[in-house]
Design a protein. Structure first.
Length: 74
């Protein structure tokens, strides 16, 4: 199972679903298992959780930077 592909799949689904975002913040393991449809071993699920958190953080920072750039262009 490719961890990078699992992270990409999870990020795509989580970013599009507000309820899933809330569940991921409260119960990341359950949220990911429901998104991925599998019960992953602890070491793998922790890698995916860390990867998803990192990607979501990067995306938020990127969105914020883009918004700031938009403010300065006006």
């Amino acid at each position: 199972m490719d961890v990078k592909e699992q992270i990409k799949t999870a990020v795509d689904r989580i970013t599009k679903d507000k309820k899933l975002q809330e569940q991921f913040q409260k119960e990341p393991v359950k949220a990911l298992e429901s998104v991925l449809g599998v019960d992953l071993p602890d070491d793998m699920i922790n890698q995916v959780i860390d990867g998803v958190k990192a990607k979501l953080t990067v995306d938020k920072v990127s969105d914020s930077v883009d918004a700031l750039k938009g403010l300065f262009k006006k």
